[in-house]
Design a protein around this ligand. Structure first.
Ligand SMILES: [Zn+2]
Length: 268
């Protein structure tokens, strides 16, 4: 069982390094903002640009997160991707070695809207078994729904939630999500064509999308709660995410940090 101290350290300590990957967020806007960074689709996500390796992409991302002292980031795993290349297991080992945590994202990245409840649960269980070889303790009992789909019927949604609760899973919600995944395939095509101008455009549009969505999330938080909740940022372990992280890290001044109380505030 993950105790509250571990969870706090792993996920919810104030992460000024939100700026690390979404650096166009203004320093003023970041000041005092609490944000956890979560990375989906370990060990492999999106198209692989020519000349790049998955392990190296993950190393670069981990390197920036470590450099910026982001504590215990959660990475949500699809075990099936190891079937593409057993070498991807190194990515999960590096992740854990860096002090980060692995969560369950279903074995096959299933869309709950497209399968039955028994199929969906079986896939979560399969991933649970897979993760037992990598995750520390019970840390993998944090679940992120692929596509953020929680079920296309009330019955499905309820049954899976009940199963997760019975299995002592916490659900990793998301408050800031700007479809970062969509840039990775385009980036791979640009690398193939050696199109630096297009890559520069991608960087600009990526940051603009991040900033716009973060502003929206802050506004909604203020409107609904009259304060800033602890935000959770969703990114992916893609080549473009790693590129932006590296490109922007030095330009971001650390924002003030504020202690946060518990993962319970953002996971139900
Ligand atoms: Zn995913």
């Amino acid at each position: 069982m993950v105790d509250s101290v571990t969870l706090r350290r792993a996920v919810l300590r104030p992460l000024f390094c939100a700026a690390l990957l979404v650096c166009a967020f203004r320093a003023v806007a970041l000041a005092g903002t609490e944000m956890a960074i979560t990375i989906d689709d370990l060990p492999a996500h999106g198209a692989l640009p020519p000349g790049m390796q998955r392990v190296e992409i993950a190393r670069r991302l981990i390197g920036v997160l470590k450099e910026r002292a982001v504590p215990g980031v959660y990475g949500f795993v699809n075990g099936a991707r190891i079937g593409d290349d057993p070498g991807y297991a190194e990515i999960l080992k590096h992740w854990v070695h860096a002090g980060f945590y692995l969560g369950n994202h279903t074995f096959s990245h299933l869309d709950i809207d497209r399968v039955t409840v028994p199929e969906y649960i079986a896939d979560i269980e399969r991933n649970e078994t897979f993760l037992a070889d990598f995750a520390r303790g019970d840390s993998a009992r944090v679940f992120r729904y692929p596509y953020l789909h929680e079920g296309d019927t009330r019955s499905k949604r309820t049954r899976v939630r009940q199963w997760l609760a019975g299995r002592r899973y916490r659900i990793a919600q998301v408050t800031v999500h700007f479809d970062d995944w969509a840039w990775n395939d385009a980036y791979a095509r640009c690398v193939e064509r050696n199109d630096e101008r297009a890559i520069a455009f991608l960087k600009h549009s990526f940051m603009k999308a991040a900033m716009d969505r973060f502003g929206w999330a802050r506004a909604v938080s203020t409107m609904l709660f009259g304060r800033q909740i602890r935000h959770i940022l969703l990114l992916h372990v893609g080549a473009f995410d790693a590129l932006v992280a590296e490109a922007r890290r030095a330009a971001i001044p650390p924002a003030p940090t504020i202690p946060v109380e518990s993962l319970d505030a953002v996971c139900r």
